[in-house]
Each structure stands twice: as C-alpha cells, then as structure tokens.
Design a protein around this ligand. Structure first.
Ligand code: E4P
Length: 217
C-alpha cells in the first residue's frame, strides 16, 4: 500500500519525505487555506520536495473552467495530479483529462456508485472519505470494502485512495481490505511507528547494552 501525506505544510512534507516512506501528497482547498500561502506556490514547492504524485484540486464547478484550471495546475510540474469533485462536470473533466494523458484524483466520494462512475470516467485515483462518513455514524471502512469488490469484479485500474483518515486503525483496516493508497495526516502517519512495547523494549536493550561496556564501532 502506498502512503500519501494529506497536508499543504511543506515543513511536514519535507520531514516525512526524509524517511523514504512517502509515495505522494494530497492537498485540498481547506488545507491550502490553512497554510495561508498562494496555492500555486505551495504546489510548486511540494513538487520539488517529492517525486511522487501531488494532488492539486480545481476550484471551479463547471466543466470548461475546470479544464482551464487543470491545464494551469498541470503546467506547474510533471507530478501534479488534478483533483476533481465527484459531480457530473467533474467526471466529464476527468474523462477528458484522462484521454489527454493527465492523471486525475476524483474526490469527495461517499458511495460505491460514485466510485463506479469515477472508474468509468477513467480516474487514476478515487478518494473515498472514511472519517467524514464515520462522523455521520456511517461506516467509512465499509465503503472501502465495497469499492474494492466492485473494482476487482470488473478489473478497473482506478486506484482506491483512502482519504479522510483519522486514526492508525483506519490505516490498518485499509491495508487489510486492500486500498491501493492511504492519504494520512502527518500526525497520524507519525503515530504508525509508535508502540509502547517497542519503547519499553528498546529502553531495556539500551540499559543492558550499557552494562556490557562494549561498543560496536
Ligand atoms: C484528501 O484528499 C482529502 O481531502 C482529505 O483526506 C479530507 O480529510 P478530512 O475529512 O479530515 O478533512
């Protein structure tokens, strides 16, 4: 499973990129607003940090303007992926951009039928939102399961990019179900490495090693 980080904070991206475990970045208008920076400047900087796919979302809601914005964003760097909302205009733009050889990420997916439409439109990625479904007492992970079954039934190549991830458990379950990608906020991504028994075990090993008085180097 690929790991994308879900942020427009370039310092966080740089730190995680240094681990060698990052496969890409997703942003959305809310994350750009939170950064307080110019959208295109941030995307350009992120594309300079990672060679992985970087999702940049259009702001338009009509097909013609979406295509114009997509061309503008695509020109920023080769690894820009155009993020489009799950509407008929977004799907129409997805189909055209895919035919032109541009990678796409269809976002704000909350149902299996929406995911089916995005795959038919040739989306590179579909972004089902787990946390926001959980927030309204629905089962976000169940949606990932359904999409996995449907895509496998028909051999769709659209990658399932599990989004709106809030907990390490979401990441684990997505891996078990077989999501292709998880886009994870920096804090949750960093939490994946933590286990109290790892910390306790390491402390004990270091204490015992010190008692030996030895040095490896
Ligand atoms: C990523 O592409 C999505 O925009 C993001 O994961 C949404 O997460 P949120 O529901 O925590 O805002």
């Amino acid at each position: 499973m690929k790991f994308f980080v879900d942020t427009a904070d370039t310092a966080e991206i740089q730190e995680l990129e240094a681990t060698g475990l990052l496969d890409g970045v997703t942003t959305n208008p809310s994350l750009i607003a939170k950064s307080g920076r110019q959208f295109k400047d941030v995307i350009k900087e992120i594309c300079g940090i990672t060679k992985g796919d970087v999702s940049a979302e259009v702001a338009a809601t009509d097909f013609e303007t979406m295509i114009k914005e997509a061309h503008e964003l695509r020109n920023i760097a080769d690894n820009v992926v155009i993020k489009l909302p799950l509407t008929f205009d977004g799907l129409k733009a997805c189909k055209q951009l895919t035919e032109d050889g541009t990678k796409t990420n269809v976002t704000l997916c909350f149902s299996a039928n929406q995911a089916l439409l995005a795959a038919k439109a040739g989306a590179t990625y579909i972004s089902p939102f787990i946390g926001r479904l959980d927030d309204i007492h629905m089962d976000g992970l169940e949606l990932i399961r359904e999409i996995r079954v449907i895509y496998d039934n028909f051999g769709f190549e659209t990658e399932i990019l599990a989004a709106s991830i809030r907990t390490p458990n979401h990441v684990r379950e997505c891996a078990i179900i077989g999501a292709d990608v998880a886009t994870v906020p920096p804090a949750t991504l960093k939490a994946l490495v933590k286990h109290p028994l790892t910390d306790k075990g390491l402390d004990a090993f270091l204490t015992d090693w010190a008692k030996t008085g030895q040095s490896i180097l």
